[in-house]
Design a protein around this ligand. Structure first.
Ligand code: WTA
Length: 647
């Protein structure tokens, strides 16, 4: 049968076809207007329709800025919403996991099997003394056990704090300490690009002298067993009782923390609640990806990021559909791996990042030849602005010109997608994210919060009522929360959530242009310049440093560092040594692509490093505003260093 075409072209613009309109949950544009007339009522209805509540709330929305609450006193259990309520079709596949080694078979778990394992593991956690409100750190790659562990936490009301498995021991330790985690769940290792990556050694180092008393270890590489404070995931599950009564939570209770980079050196623990997050995750997954029960959704994000939380795990399960996850790297054993997985598993919804698409563009179309990709219905993208070439390649080569691309703008802080086009409504325009999700509103303003005219660039802010999935604070850090997100409120009494992104509006559609603060996106990973500078400055060789992003064809951006040495001489070996130091402090994802050794950094009279000038110099642009510098001569010397390095 000929695969269906879900889009049509009118003029230069793509719109949903009749086929798409037919299957779309929403295809009438009026939804935006209806929702905006009374957004609180809209979300209230959606919350009742999409989520199973044990008790309904007393108040739908209460705003006491900088905080706001949704579904106050409503009671629910998140795990019940992901699993128990789908048990009437228990034999339906909930999870497909593709291991990296090709000789291993994929693992499929149906809803009944997943329910059984999650209940058992919830009892394991309880046996270890974990109670409602306790923080459990999870340092796992993408494995079925990762999902089991996270859902088990939500079943007993423990707060999970997932840490990206490629982060270093130091980065893990900082996150464990900030959350005062009582227990750590990790693995002995995992496979990536044919190699065994060790995880446990890093985990052990990270937990030294912390609140973590026990470590539960998934045996992925079948390394030797350990006793003492180490428990074996599989063995404990087998021993545990197969039912665990769900803890009934208040909607506003914290469900998880996820650390992300801000403008300072220390990552922030973004706090997400239970009910509001569930509502946002359910509806955005359903409407953006037009998810039906027979869909197989593959979100390629790692579980260490919010995209992994909401769209690889929770969104598809809340909707009773099937999620596919995979171990390893996109291009191993060869760059055809992803397309093979799509064909073999009949993936219908595919959600990935521009950086991955650019990597596939570079390796060439020959890797696509063998694959039909005709099961696909919807393509999604997230994490950074997508340029037109990448959009078109994705559209033509992966979607075969049949599937809409849903460009979703959102953040760790928003919990779920915030700005995108809905597949049944359109239009699908390269580089344009689209409209605020129904019941949500964003505008573009100037420095002082004055709305700017259509077509003019400015700062993207969200206006009330703030969507249910939005963050509920920074863990144990009210000050940081206020400073980062509520500038317009504290300074100008405007009720705006500050996204830190730049944007403009054209024909009522929002185009996001990128961060306006010192946060970069390296291969979709969020990284603060200050965080990297902290890591570099920590080296005994370094006196001070400045990090700036430069554009990169595949990764979008990569960090470049300027370093003033305290001891040692500039050399290739020292550059290597410092890169290694960054690996140790944060992880290889943060490694600078180049380190320039300089004598001095351009600074203002108050001592602020002028990164803008460094960026200009890297781009061969003549920097402006040298008058404000206390050391303009530094600029000339840096120019020389750049020249020397380019030859
Ligand atoms: C950027 C990822 C343009 C943006 C879900 C945001 C995007 C940051 C898009 C959040 C998009 C994400 N178009 N930019 N479709 N999606 N961004 O917290 O700068 O890892 O502020 O969340 O990614 O990154 P985070």
């Amino acid at each position: 049968m000929k695969p269906k075409k879900y889009i049509i072209k009118k003029g230069k613009i793509y719109w949903p076809s009749k086929e798409m309109k037919k299957i779309a949950w929403v295809s009438n544009e009026k939804i935006y207007e209806i929702a905006s007339r009374n957004p609180v009522k809209f979300w209230e209805e959606k919350a009742k329709e999409g989520i199973k509540w044990e008790e309904l709330w007393k108040k739908t929305y209460e705003e006491k800025l900088p905080y706001f609450e949704w579904f106050k006193d409503g009671k629910l259990n998140f795990c019940v919403n992901c699993l128990d309520r789908h048990l009437d079709k228990g034999s339906k596949t909930a999870l497909i996991w593709i291991p990296e080694p090709t000789k291993e078979k994929p693992i499929k778990l149906n809803y009944a099997e997943l329910y059984d394992k999650v209940n058992r593991f919830a009892n394991v956690l309880k046996k270890q003394g974990i109670k409602k409100g306790d923080v459990v750190a999870i340092y796992l790659p993408i494995l079925p056990e990762t999902l089991i562990a996270m859902l088990a936490c939500t079943r007993i009301g423990a707060i999970h704090s997932v840490v990206f498995s490629a982060f270093s021991a130091d980065a893990l330790k900082a996150r464990i300490q900030d959350g005062k985690a009582k227990l750590l769940i990790t693995a002995d290792g995992y496979y990536r690009r044919g190699k065994e990556e060790n995880l446990l050694e890093k985990a052990i180092k990270a937990t030294e002298k912390t609140t973590v008393k026990k470590i539960i270890v998934v045996s992925r590489l079948r390394k030797k067993k350990r006793g003492g404070k180490f428990l074996d995931f599989q063995k404990e599950i087998e021993k545990a009782y197969s039912y665990c009564k769900p803890e009934i939570m208040n909607s506003e209770d914290i469900m998880f923390i996820l650390y992300t980079s801000g403008t300072t050196g220390k990552p922030k623990g973004i706090v997400h609640d239970t009910g509001g997050y569930a509502v946002q995750a359910y509806w955005t997954t359903k409407w953006n990806f037009n998810l039906h029960e027979d869909d197989i959704m593959w979100c390629t994000a790692d579980i260490g990021w919010i995209t992994g939380h909401t769209y690889a795990f929770y969104g598809p399960l809340l909707n009773g559909s099937t999620t596919l996850i995979y171990e390893g790297a996109p291009d191993f054993p060869n760059p055809g791996r992803w397309w093979k997985i799509i064909d073999e598993n009949k993936v219908t919804v595919f959600y990935t990042a521009p950086t991955a698409i650019r990597m596939f563009m570079k390796v060439g179309d020959k890797w696509l030849k063998k694959y039909k990709l005709n099961s696909l219905r919807i393509l999604g993208t997230v994490g950074e602005p997508i340029d037109e070439d990448t959009w078109m390649w994705y559209f033509k080569k992966i979607g075969k010109g049949r599937c809409p691309i849903i460009d979703t703008w959102w953040q760790t802080e928003t919990g779920g997608t915030s700005i995108n086009v809905l597949p049944g409504i359109g239009p699908f325009i390269p580089t344009v994210a689209g409209k605020s999700f129904p019941g949500t509103k964003h505008i573009v303003v100037d420095e002082k919060g004055k709305k700017v005219k259509e077509g003019k660039g400015g700062f993207l802010v969200q206006v009330p009522p703030f969507a249910p999935g939005m963050l509920h604070g920074v863990y144990n850090n009210h000050k940081k929360y206020v400073e980062t997100y509520w500038r317009y409120w504290t300074k100008f009494k405007k009720r705006y959530y500050n996204t830190s992104d730049g944007a403009y509006v054209k024909n009522g559609l929002i185009r996001v242009t990128g961060r306006t603060d010192d946060v970069m996106k390296v291969a979709g990973h969020r990284l603060a310049t200050a965080e990297l500078e902290n890591a570099i400055n920590d080296s005994k060789y370094v006196n001070e440093s400045a990090v700036v992003p430069i554009p990169d064809k595949i990764k979008g951006q990569v960090p470049v560092a300027f370093v003033v040495l305290e001891r040692g001489e500039p050399s290739i070996n020292l550059e290597k040594e410092l890169k290694k130091h960054v690996d140790k402090k944060i992880g290889p994802t943060a490694r600078p692509s180049k380190i320039y050794f300089v004598n001095d950094l351009p600074k203002t009279r108050s001592g602020k490093i002028m990164r803008r000038i460094l960026k200009n110099l890297l781009n061969n642009e003549e920097p402006k505003g040298l008058m404000t510098l206390v050391n303009p001569e530094a600029v000339e010397r840096i120019k020389e260093v750049l020249k020397e390095n380019s030859t």
